[in-house]
Design a protein around this ligand. Structure first.
Ligand SMILES: [Zn+2]
Length: 326
């Protein structure tokens, strides 16, 4: 499995490799290797390797999220049944007709045992659990502190730390409060950049998948976007890019976590085994322009972001132009 991670080998190739290894081992040593896993699934199970993703079921039409269990275990009068979306897009609007979405969220794939499978899956991985494991790595906190001791030059912007937002961002809404980014808290007050990228995973067909991930600005730029330092938050299912206001449904669980991180979470860290309070702020969204509009242009009568304020949007715009300049 280390070999697979190191050389970025696909699941299909790993599966074939495991099967080949089992064949060779059984040929050479016979019964001793009967227990050797014959598939990637069994190898993962044997080694106790599981991913940390939580599965939501999005509605294919309005993209409202549902819990996987709620959809796959849905019953009516004691019988497993396909659940329909209960979302109402304009519940209080006097101008638009409120309409129940009612789109089927799943399908029955086996009539004999009535197995219900969701039509779409949104794998989501929490920021908290990923940050907690990063803080246990040796050297991680030292990397976060690097910016406090860096050389700076007058009137030359070399990194995000030279920008006015980094220098003046407050730790509370009150303008008279202390700055959020200070040398004493260089490794416990984090700035996150949220990214959304769409890509085509398959060559032969048009199918877009989106990934929402976050980078930690406190880290030096040369390691900031390395895979091991990125927080992969959610994978938006295809087949096409989610429209303007509907992306909020996918952002909702991320925003809930960001709110708790703004207040502060206590993690056991490599340097402080008793635990220390870590805070984080999201003050930058970095992605292509249409995607930016999707994230920060969403305050509308349709689905308003449940915490975003207009002030935040204006800030986002101004920081993006700064990032481009630097
Ligand atoms: Zn729906």
């Amino acid at each position: 499995m280390n070999f697979r991670t190191r050389f970025n080998i696909t699941e299909t190739a790993t599966e074939a490799l495991i099967k080949f290894m089992k064949l060779v081992l059984c040929e050479v040593a016979g019964k001793d290797f009967d227990d050797f896993p014959g598939s990637l699934y069994l190898a993962r199970k044997k080694l106790g390797l599981s991913d940390q993703f939580h599965s939501f079921v999005p509605c294919p039409k309005c993209h409202k999220l549902y819990q996987n269990q709620e959809v796959t275990n849905f019953q009516q009068e004691g019988n497993p049944t396909i659940m329909n979306c209960q979302h109402i897009e304009f519940p209080n609007s006097s101008l638009r007709r409120s309409r129940l979405c009612n789109t089927p969220l799943s399908q029955i794939i086996s009539a004999k045992r009535t197995i219900i499978r969701p039509n779409l899956i949104y794998p989501f991985s929490g920021i908290n659990q990923q940050l907690a494991s990063m803080f246990l790595r040796p050297g991680f906190e030292a990397s976060l502190r690097h910016w406090a001791n860096r050389a700076s030059y007058d009137n030359i912007m070399t990194d995000i730390y030279d920008g006015s937002v980094w220098k003046s961002f407050k730790e509370a809404d009150d303008e008279g409060s202390e700055n959020f980014f200070q040398n004493e808290v260089a490794d416990s007050h984090l700035e996150l950049i949220l990214n959304l990228d769409w890509f085509q995973p398959y060559d032969s067909t048009i199918y877009s998948i989106g990934v929402i991930y976050a980078a930690i600005c406190n880290l030096p730029r040369d390691i900031r976007f390395k895979r091991e330092n990125l927080l992969t938050l959610g994978i938006l299912p295809g087949p096409s890019e989610v429209s303007l206001h509907k992306i909020n449904h996918y952002l909702a669980p991320i925003i809930d976590e960001l709110k708790s991180l703004w207040d502060g979470m206590t993690y056991r860290t490599y340097e402080c085994q008793e635990g220390r309070k870590i805070r984080a702020a999201l003050i930058l969204i970095l992605c292509d322009i249409p995607a930016v509009r999707k994230i920060c242009g969403h305050v509308s009568s349709l689905v308003a972001c449940h915490i975003c304020e207009k002030r935040g949007i204006m800030r986002i715009g101004s920081i993006i132009s700064l990032e481009w300049m630097t």
